[in-house]
Ligand binder design. Structure first.
Ligand code: FEO
Length: 169
């Protein structure tokens, strides 16, 4: 049986993963309607991934005899300054999520819940990948620059990354 502090911390993480999914969906919608179709597709994919992160926690909480809570959702921002602003914000958001996972692991250690701590190792590894992915995207943007031809090339790169992501699913 999970301890209440662990359940509360897991439900808080469910809320964060849910918000990430909604945030990336809002960003996908902005990208798609502002001429960044490839980024739109990439962000739709990523929004789906965040929902999977949320569901994996959700099922774990219920499988362990506690009650996963469907979170209330704040509306994410709907307009963005640029595609660069979107990817910068995502990297900052993912760093915040990594810190939240570390806090959650900390709660499990304090409560001596080593089963949940072990389950969360998947998220620890996933966060390293997510941060690295978005650093790579930002590096590509910085390397290419801001003019229209560069952004066109950037979108081609994002399309390749999305296809690779789909193939590895
Ligand atoms: Fe579920 Fe992008 O962290």
């Amino acid at each position: 049986m999970l301890k209440q502090k662990v359940v509360d911390a897991l439900n808080k993480q469910i809320e964060l993963e849910h918000f990430s999914s909604q945030l990336y969906l809002a960003m996908a919608s902005w990208a798609e309607t502002n001429g960044f179709e490839a980024s739109g597709n990439f962000l739709y994919e990523h929004s789906d991934e965040e929902r999977q992160h949320m569901l994996k926690l959700f099922r774990f909480v219920n499988d362990r005899g506690a009650h996963a809570i469907v979170p209330q959702s704040d509306q994410p921002k709907i307009t963005y300054e640029s595609i660069r602003a979107i990817y910068s914000e995502i990297l900052e958001h993912e760093i915040m999520i990594s810190n939240a996972i570390s806090e959650l692991v900390g709660v499990c250690i304090d409560e001596r819940d080593f089963t949940t701590q072990n389950f969360l190792q998947w998220y620890v590894a996933e966060q390293i990948e997510e941060e690295s992915l978005f650093r790579t995207v930002l590096d590509k943007l910085n390397l290419l620059g801001n003019d229209k031809a560069s952004l066109f090339m950037f979108e081609k790169e994002i399309e390749l990354m999305t296809n690779a992501m789909k193939e590895s699913e």
